[in-house]
Design a binder for this molecule. Structure first.
Ligand SMILES: Cc1cc2nc3c(=O)[nH]c(=O)nc-3n(C[C@H](O)[C@H](O)[C@H](O)COP(=O)(O)O)c2cc1C
Length: 548
């Protein structure tokens, strides 16, 4: 025992001596370095801060860098961070881990803030046994290969290149497990998208990566046909624009253009992969409808487009043209992306200042489709910061048929909002091709999180629907949500976004099974014979007595 203690003491002694030596060396290094840095700083004229505050001015860069990571943990309040606050992120993390998402004591949300969405609960919510599962929805019923799906919440486009191989694998496997679809983004189709067997929406970006004729640079009919031969590829989406950068094509920095990414895209490895800011062969509404018809003819599958809306004039022109050419020429779906949508990389003026946010563009699109009697024909997919059940339910209330999310799914994979997607340094391995950083992202384990996220979103959107008194989420309509105004009072969405043709939207959504489920003004249509309100008080008490 004594020997053992003696050996222990000796080792501790060595340890102390070594740390003393190391400390002395470090001290000497600092003694030499600090004066050198000091002289360098005061003699240079490039950086004012370093000249005025030699040596300590250098910490600015370090703090700026680590501040991005630590602000969210230490300094920001639950609801104040952008683009996504802690409350939103935490909800997704917990949903993805499938752990309890209940909150104690009370809401930390300020519900009197202008713009807050409040759902209109009904006095007698839908009972579990009356709840209906989400019905199947068919997109492009007249196509040779229509797409029928139950999924309401789907994975928005993020290209292989912008995100990593393990991220694509995890999303694809999660999509298969949960039954949602995955959009390829504009980077083409890789074997990683196909591996799990999930439903895929193939996006055709402005550079037509994956379906481009390498000589002419135009859309290649044979490549398009080849892609469409994959049964998993269910629909084709022409990308006109995305919320993060309307008017600018994809930007993939050279650091992220690996050999494999370059081969799939048909570009050079290590060089920035920049797409044109619009499809060179689509410069008018006529061209757009021609392109839709062409792709639909070649592939036999539903074809739509994704865009950010800047004004309703364009929608009028496009829908008038469709009316002239015939409803069958309409796109099978339109994905409307919010101006505050995400991106792998974008210039600040386009990211911050261009396009309309979803709260304006979604009701505008639905109203216009309805006005031109196209709402039945064209499915609306909404995207842009719709990451929690309330966000999704709000979009359904406004008339979206489907919702898709990119960053919500990134959070489900463990994204910490480090804002590094435009570099090759994403600390969670999602948006980097650095093998060392990808090590932490196990595709199979993360796929469970993706599937859990979808499951919990759908479950809680259902909960909101039931609380509003309807049987399933697609029965939600504009009367079921209200928005707080400047005077502190809320106004229902149907008043805020009135539409001449709104009633047909309402009818289509099969509303008003109950008088209190949001269709109050139609009460007179309801036969009151058998309802309690119509029974005289005396008769009512007799009824009660007899049933005792
Ligand atoms: C890393 C990243 C890559 C993206 N790549 C594409 C793309 O290739 N094509 C596209 O149409 N949108 C792309 N987007 C935009 C998303 O598909 C989506 O429209 C937008 O982020 C809004 O959804 P969100 O708020 O749920 O992220 C990308 C977004 C992110 C964050």
């Amino acid at each position: 025992m004594d020997d053992f203690l003696q050996i222990g003491k000796t080792w501790i002694g060595y340890g102390l001596e070594i740390s003393q030596d190391l400390f002395s060396i470090l001290f000497l290094i600092l003694l030499v370095c600090i004066p050198i840095l000091y002289i360098t700083d005061i003699t240079q004229s490039k950086h004012a801060v370093r000249r005025n505050f030699p040596v300590i001015g250098r910490f600015r860069y370090f703090f700026e860098h680590v501040g991005e990571f630590f602000r969210q943990y230490f300094f920001s309040m639950d609801r104040e961070e952008m683009p996504f606050n802690r409350a939103q992120r935490s909800w997704v993390y917990r949903a993805a881990k499938d752990i309890s998402n209940t909150i104690a004591f009370g809401s930390s949300r300020d519900i009197s803030k202008v713009g807050t969405v409040l759902f209109a609960n009904c006095p007698y919510p839908t009972l579990g046994e009356d709840a209906a599962p989400l019905a199947k929805q068919t997109i492009g019923p007249e196509c040779r290969h229509p797409f029928t799906t139950k999924s309401v919440f789907n994975i928005s486009g993020m290209s292989y290149g912008a995100i990593s191989k393990p991220a694509i694998l995890a999303l694809a496997e999660g999509a298969k497990k949960s039954g949602c679809w995955m959009n390829t983004g504009e980077g083409g189709l890789s074997k990683y998208h196909l591996q799990s067997g999930c439903d895929i929406v193939f996006q055709i970006g402005t550079a037509k990566y994956g379906v481009r004729d390498l000589i002419s640079g135009k859309l290649s009919e044979s490549k398009l046909r080849e892609v469409s031969l994959h049964n998993q590829v269910r629909m084709f989406e022409i990308k006109l624009s995305q919320g993060g950068k309307p008017g600018k094509g994809g930007i993939l920095p050279g650091d992220k253009v690996t050999k494999e990414v370059a081969d799939i895209r048909g570009v050079r490895m290590g060089e920035d992969s920049i797409s044109p800011n619009r499809h060179p062969d689509i410069s008018s509404d006529e061209d757009l409808l021609d392109m839709i018809a062409f792709i639909r003819e070649i592939t036999g599958k539903p074809v739509g487009f994704k865009c950010v809306i800047g004004s309703e004039d364009w929608l009028d022109r496009l829908f008038q043209l469709i009316t002239v050419r015939g409803k069958s020429t309409a796109p099978d779906f339109i994905t409307v992306d919010s101006a505050d949508g995400g991106t792998g990389a974008a210039p600040m003026p386009l990211l911050d200042d261009m396009g309309l946010p979803l709260k304006e563009s979604l009701p505008m699109l639905v109203n216009k489709l309805n006005q031109y009697d196209l709402y039945e024909r064209v499915n609306v997919i909404a995207s842009g910061k719709l990451v929690t059940p309330a966000d999704v339910a709000w979009a359904l209330c406004l008339g979206a048929e489907f919702v898709s999310s990119a960053r919500g799914f990134m959070f489900s994979l463990g994204c910490i909002q480090a804002l590094q997607c435009n570099k090759n340094t994403c600390p969670t391995g999602i948006a980097t091709h650095d093998k060392g950083l990808q090590r932490g992202l196990n595709p199979h384990l993360k796929s469970l999180r993706v599937a859990n996220y979808v499951k919990n979103i759908v479950h809680e959107v259902g909960m909101i629907a039931h609380s509003c008194g309807v049987n399933h989420p697609r029965e939600l309509n504009r009367r079921h949500a209200r928005v707080v105004q400047e005077n502190g009072l809320s106004v229902p969405l149907n008043i805020l976004y009135p539409s001449e043709g709104y009633e047909s939207v309402v009818e289509r959504r099969n509303l008003g099974a109950r008088p209190w489920s949001g269709r109050q003004d139609d009460n007179e249509d309801i036969n009151l014979e058998n309802t309690v309100v119509n029974i005289p008080l005396k008769q009512l008490s007799e009824k009660a007595d007899s049933s005792l």
